[in-house]
Design a protein around this ligand. Structure first.
Ligand code: PLP
Length: 459
C-alpha cells in the first residue's frame, strides 16, 4: 500500500522507523520488532488520520497539549508571517525582539496574581529545570547556599532532564537512572491535614511539612507540584490542599513552584489550574497548551518583585538561557493561540464539556463492573479499572487492563491513554478544548463498548 499523500509505501516507512528511529517513552523492543503502532499523516479539529487513511478522534489531545485542535490556518499563518519577518532573534546579551515582548506582556495580563515576568524555554522540562536553577540561584545570592533542597510529590511528573527526572515521583521515570540528582526529596501527595500541622497523623513524616521539619526549613529551597497530577493518574487535590501548601511555604520562606504544563491554558476549565483554589505560586511553569503543540515553547513566570530582588542581588548575567528561549516563531504562534482560546471561549467550553465528560464517566462507573474513581476537572479526566472496585483489588499486571481497554478504543478509532504507573490501571481522557457535546458523547460510547469488551474477556 502507498501511504495516502507520499510516494513512500507504508511498509517502507515502518521499516525505516524500525531501523533509524529511537522513540520517546516507547518499549524499545516492541518498536524494533513490530515497528510503530500508528504512523500519523494529518490532523484536523479533534481528529487525526494515519497513513492508511484511518481517522481517529484524539481523545487525549496527543500529549494533553493540542488544546485548540489540529490544522488551524491562523496558526500556520502566524508562523509563516513571523518566519518571513524575523526567522530567529536572540534575547541573550540584553537583546530583544517585538513578538517575545508582546508575548511576555500578554502572559502578564492573563497569569494569576502578581506573576508578570516570564523567562522562555522550549518545553515543560526546560521550564521546571529553569525554576529549580532560579530558586537555588536566589538563595545562593542571598548568602544561604544551604537552602537548596527541592521537594516534589510522589506520582508527580515534571519532565525528563536530570533535574526534572529527580523531582519526578512517578517510579518508572525516576527509576530509569541509577541515581537521582542530589537534593531532591519526595513527599506523599495531598496530605492536607499534615500540611496544616497535624503531627499525630500517620502520614506526617512523609508529608511536605514532615520532610521540612526533618531536613530543616533552612535547607529547603522550594516545593514543586502540579495543581492536578497528570501522568501520575489525573489526581485532583482535595479542597484546601493547595492553600495548605501555600501557607506552609510562606511560613518557612520556601518557594512554591507550580507545574502548569498540562493544566495551563484552559485545560481544566480555568485559564490556569491554581485558579480553582485561588492561590498564587511564586513560580509558575507552563508549556504544552501555550502553543497547542504547534511549535515548541515553555515559560517560567514569576512576580516582578522576585525579579527585582534577583536584580538587586546580582552582578553580571544570570548564566542560564537556551538558544531557543523566546524563539520568534514560537512566540508568534503562542500569541495567536492564546487569542483563539480567548476569542472562541475555549476555557468556558472546556468547563462545560468537562461537566458532560465527568457525568459520562460517572455513568460508566455505575454501569460497568470494573470501573471506579471517575474524576475530572474541565477536559482533564480519568477513570480507573479494578477487578473488584468494592475492595479496590486491581487486575493482575499481566492482563494490562488499561492498555487493553485503550487498544479496544483504538480499534474503534478513538485514541486514549493508559496511566499504568505504580500499578495503577487508569484511562486518561483529555480531548482538545474545541470538543463539542457530540464528540464527548462519542468518546463515552466508545469507551463504554471497549470496557464491555474487556469485561467479557476477563470476568
Ligand atoms: N510537567 C508536566 C506536568 C508534564 O505533564 C510534562 C509532560 O508531559 C512535563 C512537565 C514535561 O514537559 P516536556 O515534555 O515539554 O519537557
Amino acid at each position: 500500500t502507498k501511504s495516502v499523500t507520499t510516494e513512500i509505501s507504508v511498509e517502507e516507512l515502518r521499516e525505516l522507523d524500525k531501523k533509524h528511529f529511537l522513540h520517546p517513552t516507547t518499549p524499545i523492543k516492541e518498536q524494533q520488532v513490530e515497528g510503530p503502532e500508528l504512523i500519523f499523516e494529518s490532523g484536523k479539529g479533534i481528529r487525526i488520520t494515519d497513513v492508511n487513511g484511518d481517522e481517529y478522534i484524539d481523545g487525549v489531545s496527543s500529549l494533553w497539549n493540542v488544546n485548540v485542535g489540529y490544522g488551524r490556518k491562523e496558526l500556520a499563518e502566524a508562523a509563516s508571517e513571523q518566519i518571513l519577518k524575523l526567522s530567529y532573534g536572540s534575547s541573550f546579551f540584553n537583546q530583544s525582539h517585538e513578538v517575545v515582548i508582546r508575548l511576555a506582556t500578554k502572559l502578564a495580563s492573563i497569569a494569576p496574581g502578581d506573576l508578570n515576568v516570564s523567562f522562555f524555554t522550549s518545553g515543560g522540562s526546560e521550564s521546571n529545570e529553569t525554576a529549580f536553577k532560579i530558586v537555588r540561584h536566589y538563595w545562593k545570592l542571598k548568602g544561604r547556599p544551604e537552602k537548596r533542597l527541592i521537594i516534589g510529590l510522589e506520582n508527580g511528573y515534571h519532565g525528563v532532564t536530570m533535574g526534572t527526572t529527580s523531582a519526578t515521583g512517578v517510579p518508572e521515570f525516576k527509576n530509569m537512572i541509577t541515581e537521582i540528582a542530589p537534593g531532591f526529596l519526595h513527599a506523599l501527595p495531598h496530605q492536607t491535614e499534615c500540611e496544616k500541622g497535624d503531627k499525630s497523623h500517620p502520614n506526617y513524616e512523609r508529608s511536605i511539612r514532615g520532610i521540612i521539619e526533618k531536613e530543616g526549613p533552612e535547607n529547603i529551597a522550594a516545593v514543586i507540584l502540579e495543581p492536578i497530577q497528570g501522568v501520575g493518574g489525573v489526581n485532583i487535590p482535595p479542597e484546601g490542599y493547595l492553600k495548605s501548601v501555600r501557607d506552609l511555604c510562606d511560613e518557612h520562606d520556601i518557594f512554591m513552584i507550580t507545574d502548569e504544563v498540562i493544566t495551563g491554558f484552559g485545560r481544566t476549565g480555568k485559564m490556569f489550574g491554581v485558579e480553582h483554589w485561588d492561590i498564587v505560586p511564586d513560580l509558575m511553569c507552563v508549556a504544552k497548551g501555550i502553543t497547542s503543540g504547534y511549535v515548541q515553547l515553555g515559560a517560567v513566570m514569576m512576580s516582578s518583585k522576585l525579579r527585582d530582588e534577583l536584580a538587586d542581588m546580582s552582578e553580571g548575567p544570570m548564566f542560564h538561557g537556551f538558544t531557543y528561549s523566546g524563539h520568534p516563531t514560537a512566540c508568534a504562534v503562542a500569541l495567536k493561540n492564546i487569542e483563539i482560546i480567548e476569542n472562541e471561549g475555549l476555557v468556558e467550553n472546556a468547563r462545560e464539556m468537562g461537566e458532560g465528560l465527568l457525568k459520562g464517566l460517572k455513568y460508566l462507573e455505575e454501569n460497568h463492573k470494573i470501573t471506579a474513581k471517575a474524576r475530572g476537572l474541565g477536559l482533564m479526566a480519568a477513570i480507573e479499572l479494578f477487578k473488584d472496585p468494592e475492595t479496590g483489588e486491581g487486575f493482575a499486571p499481566e492482563l494490562f487492563a488499561a492498555p487493553a481497554v485503550v487498544a479496544a478504543c483504538k480499534q474503534r478509532n478513538l485514541i486514549l491513554r493508559p496511566l499504568i504507573f505504580g500499578g495503577m490501571n487508569a484511562v486518561a481522557i483529555a480531548p482538545p478544548l474545541i470538543s463539542q457535546k457530540q464528540d464527548i458523547e462519542t468518546i463515552i460510547e466508545i469507551l463504554s463498548d471497549s470496557i464491555k469488551e474487556f469485561e467479557q474477556k476477563v470476568l
